[in-house]
Design a protein around this ligand. Sequence first.
Ligand code: 1GP
Length: 242
Amino acid sequence: MHTKTTLYQEILSSKAAKKKLLAILLDPDKIVRGGLEILAEKINQSPATHLFVGGSTMESVQMDDLILFLQEKIDLPILLFPGNPSQISDKADGILFLSLLSGRNPDFLIAHQVKAAPILKQTQLEIISTGYILVESGAVTAVERVSQTKPLPRDQFEEVLATALAGEMLGSKLIYLEAGSGAKQTVPIEMVRLVAGNIQLPLIVGGGIVSYSQIEAMYAAGADLVVIGTAFENDIHFFEKK
Ligand code: 1GP
């Protein structure tokens, strides 16, 4: 178990030291139980610095079992990346406490958070407030479907930056630019550059990133942490193919 309150400090220190971070996102719905041992082995061999765990329909009881297994096998901080409050597990190290700032659905802006707060209060999880910004990526993604919100258009750079700035001013600790899991197109590189250059907060970028060159391009544009979900899900050897 990683020590409480240090995860965010570690992210800040990494940013200050220009050490780039990489999270593997595991969607519990898509994990094949029989494949967990090999999955853990591949994660351990990968350059990942964090594990994000989250999905759209997962029940917390299964989440507990999965996280306990991962804690035992993998020495990386585990952060929940929840689709809804039922996915909270106190077995993880922390939680990205998301507010979907790009949308105008109050459920995902504040109502789920109100429901989650008393539950989180009972846990030891490190809570990391995250301004979550969905950017259009060519097709309807699960985030759009589940949240019933529209992503921000991919040519509206100023709107995306204004949203990120609002998140920073509201007190988010991280900004997450999201194209959506399995997105056809990533968040535009120039949009990442604009946002990274105008906020102080660590910037997470994810969605549709399927190659090392894209990861490097996101880092070069100013992303502090890149998230890889689908590419690793589809190919467990992804990180061996640098
Ligand atoms: C989704 O940003 C993450 O929330 C990761 O997306 O599955 O496309 O890598 P991918």
